[in-house]
Write a protein that binds this ligand. Structure first.
Ligand code: G3P
Length: 213
């Protein structure tokens, strides 16, 4: 399973890259706003310089024509940009057109298996099911990943499942068990993957005992 970081923060992205665990980056308008970015294009280019992996850059328009125009523009910023397009009627049309032009896409805000199937049929490179937001409304987020996996296997669809809206370590374990191809992880969760209290206690004891040698 490949690891993306779900962040627009350059330091966070760099830190996971230096750890050797970074396969790419996903951003969204909320993450970009959080960083107070003035020049969005330059910021995407800065992210693309840190990683050779795919970097999702989301369109901000909602009509088919504008999404396609925006997608073409974003794709020109760097060779590893993937255009993130929302799951809407216009979004599906835009995904198909961008695919015909050789531009890769990530269909975002996917909450049902049928939305994922539609995105795959439209030619999306990635589909992003949001599991944390389903959990938030007392629906079982992980079930969505399992269903999409089954459907994509049934029809040998080449679209990658990119598990998104990850909130904690258990989500990462669950999506790995369910066979997600990619997972996009927020920085604090990335850090918590390494941690276990028994590891810390065990290390402390080993170091203490090492003094007795
Ligand atoms: O980048 C999309 C997704 O990962 C957002 O997560 O935590 O805002 O539901 P969240």
């Amino acid at each position: 399973m490949k690891f993306f970081i779900d962040s627009a923060n350059l330091e966070q992205i760099r830190s996971i890259q230096e750890l050797g665990l970074l396969d790419g980056v996903t951003t969204n308008p909320s993450l970009m706003a959080k960083e107070g970015i003035n020049n969005v294009d330059e910021h995407y280019q800065a992210i693309c310089k840190i990683t050779e992996g795919d970097v999702s850059a989301e369109v901000l328009s909602t009509s088919y024509e504008e999404m396609v125009q925006e997608g073409r523009h974003l794709a020109k910023l760097a060779t590893n940009i993937v255009v993130k397009v929302p799951m809407t009627f216009d979004g599906l049309k835009a995904i198909r057109t961008l695919k015909q032009e050789g531009i890769r896409t990530n269909c975002t805000l996917v909450f049902t298996p049928i939305q994922a199937l539609l995105a795959a049929k439209a030619g999306a490179t990635y589909v992003s099911p949001f599991i944390g937001r389903l959990d938030d409304i007392s629906s079982e987020g992980i079930k969505l990943i399992r269903q999409i996996k089954k459907i994509f296997r049934n029809y040998q669809l080449p679209t990658y499942i990119l598990a998104a809206s990850i909130r904690h370590t258990l989500h990462v374990v669950q999506v790995a068990l369910a066979g997600a191809d990619y997972v996009t992880i927020p920085y604090p969760t990335f850090i918590s993957l390494v941690k276990h209290p028994l590891t810390d206690i065990g290390l402390e004891k080993f170091l203490k005992d090492a003094n007795k040698i």
